[in-house]
Structures are given as structure tokens and as C-alpha cells.
Design a protein around this ligand. Structure first.
Ligand code: GLU
Length: 274
């Protein structure tokens, strides 16, 4: 029995070493396997969602992954993640990179590494039209958001007396608003605007312009200490900024003729150190 335990521990140790070695150089590993596995959202319109015609996952985040895989000379495999599952999936080695509307925070950066900022937005609310004039109108109310998001944490801080109901994704939170189960949905403006644009009853709702509770810079997430990959990704997205490819991806989705159907202003540039 004791020997079996020792053997088991030894196996665990070797297994641990192997996965640590894997984690240490995902770039080399991806090149060897010929595939980069990216964790993306599949129900976040504009960023990662299933195209009704092709049934493929498409969006701004997906296009960044495509550009990175192309530069690497490997195929891209997409795996759906949610706000709550993305970090555990990365740390467990099931995906190589997160491209999923993910905000760079100091708390998250203790567990994973981030690229430079490749998208910038801020947190807002969708409410029933005319119902909410100021942030305080929402305190003490039920508000929907997604599990494992900064939106959840920011809302709890900004509205200490509100009841925050966390769903797996934002379309589910929006459904709760349509059903009258919550009075507002909160997350990044970029996500809310895309969800509202797709809603058949959109005229009933609004995103109050003056109620904004945080800045949300998005970064691509990689395993902690996975330096070669982080450097490669940063060099690639800086190059994409310089060549205009990054702006083109933005315009493809959110420009006047963008595929998302909403128009956003590009208020950021991809720069080193951010
Ligand atoms: N950007 C925020 C976050 O990283 C909200 C959007 C999301 O849940 O992905 O948590």
C-alpha cells in the first residue's frame, strides 16, 4: 500500500513537471503540434459568438486569434469558455490563450500573464427606457451580470445594497431583464451595445450614457511565466497596430460598415507597456 502511494506521488510529481514544462513554452509546443488552442466566448456578440449561417465562432477576439496563429504558422482551434471558466481552463492546460473580452486586473495578473491592451471599454448598464437617471436609482435593486467577471465585482462595490444575480453569460442576464427578473444588466459597454442591437424589443431599453462605473482594458491571457508566448503575442499585436491590421479588425466589426451592426469609436491604440 505504502509503495503504491509512493509510486502514485512520484507519478503525480512527474506529471506536474511535464505540465510545468508545457506551461513554460507554449509557443514552442504550439509550433511543434501545429495548432494554437484559443479560449473564446461563444455567446458574446461582436467579440465571440456563433454565426447563424456558418455555425462558426466569429468576432473581434476570434480575428485577433486568427492573426496570431497565422503569424505563428499554425492552425487555430477555438474552444468556448465563459467568464468563470476561462482562467481555470488556461491554468489546467486545456487552452493556450484566452481571447474572451477579458479585462486586465492586478488580481488576475497574480495568476496569469496578460498581453498589452488590445481593446478598451468601460462598464455600463442596460435598463428599461427612462427608468434610471443616476447610479443611485439602481441601489437596492436586482441587477444581472455574469459569473467570474469584473462586472460582478465592480457592481457590488458601486451598488452595495443591490442584489447582484450572476448568470453564465450576458445574453442570459439580458433575458432576465426582458422577463422582469432584474431591473438592469451590467457589464462592458461594448458587450451591452452588441446585445441590445440584436434584441427584437430593443426600443424598450437603453444604456444610460452618464452611468459608467469602471475602465475595462482587455488583454489576451496566457499562463504565468509563459514568456516566449507573451513576447510573441505582444510583438504580433504591436506589429498589427503599426500595419493597420488591428484597426482594420476593429472597423470590420465596429466601424460604420462593421459586421456587428453597432458603431463604436476606437479610443485606444495598442501600445507597449499597457
Ligand atoms: N471585461 C470584463 C471581465 O473581464 C467583463 C466581460 C466578461 O465577463 O468577459 O470580466
Amino acid at each position: 500500500m505504502k509503495r503504491i502511494t509512493v509510486l502514485f506521488m512520484a507519478l503525480l510529481f512527474v506529471g506536474g513537471l511535464c505540465s510545468a514544462a508545457l506551461a513554460a513554452d507554449t509557443l514552442a509546443e504550439a509550433k511543434k503540434k501545429g495548432v494554437l488552442v484559443a479560449g473564446v466566448k461563444d455567446s458574446t456578440p461582436g467579440f465571440g459568438y456563433i454565426d447563424e449561417k456558418t455555425r462558426e465562432i466569429v468576432g473581434y477576439d476570434v480575428d485577433f486569434c486568427k492573426a496570431i496563429a497565422k503569424k505563428m504558422g499554425v492552425k487555430l482551434e477555438l474552444r468556448p469558455v465563459t467568464s468563470a471558466t476561462r482562467m481555470p481552463q488556461l491554468i489546467a492546460g486545456n487552452i493556450d490563450i484566452i481571447a474572451a473580452t477579458m479585462t486586465i486586473t492586478a488580481e488576475r495578473a497574480q495568476q496569469i500573464d496578460f498581453s498589452h491592451t488590445y481593446f478598451f471599454t468601460g462598464q455600463k448598464f442596460i435598463t428599461n427606457k427612462g427608468a434610471v437617471k443616476k447610479l443611485a436609482d439602481l441601489d437596492g435593486k436586482k441587477i444581472g451580470t455574469a459569473k467570474g467577471s469584473t462586472s460582478e465585482q465592480n457592481a457590488k462595490k458601486a451598488l452595495p445594497n443591490a442584489t447582484i444575480l450572476s448568470f453564465d453569460d450576458y445574453p442570459q442576464a439580458f433575458l432576465a431583464l426582458q422577463q422582469g427578473k432584474v431591473v438592469a444588466v451590467t457589464t462592458d459597454e461594448s458587450i451591452l451595445a452588441n446585445i441590445l442591437a440584436k434584441a427584437p424589443d430593443k426600443e424598450k431599453y437603453e444604456i444610460p450614457a452618464d452611468i459608467r462605473i469602471s475602465d475595462e482594458p482587455y488583454g489576451l491571457g496566457m499562463r504565468k511565466g509563459d514568456k516566449a508566448l507573451v513576447d510573441f503575442v505582444n510583438a504580433t499585436i504591436l506589429e498589427m497596430e503599426k500595419s493597420g491590421e488591428a484597426k482594420k479588425i476593429f472597423d470590420d466589426w465596429f466601424g460604420p460598415k462593421g459586421k456587428s451592426g453597432i458603431v463604436m469609436e476606437r479610443t485606444f491604440k495598442i501600445t507597449a507597456g499597457k
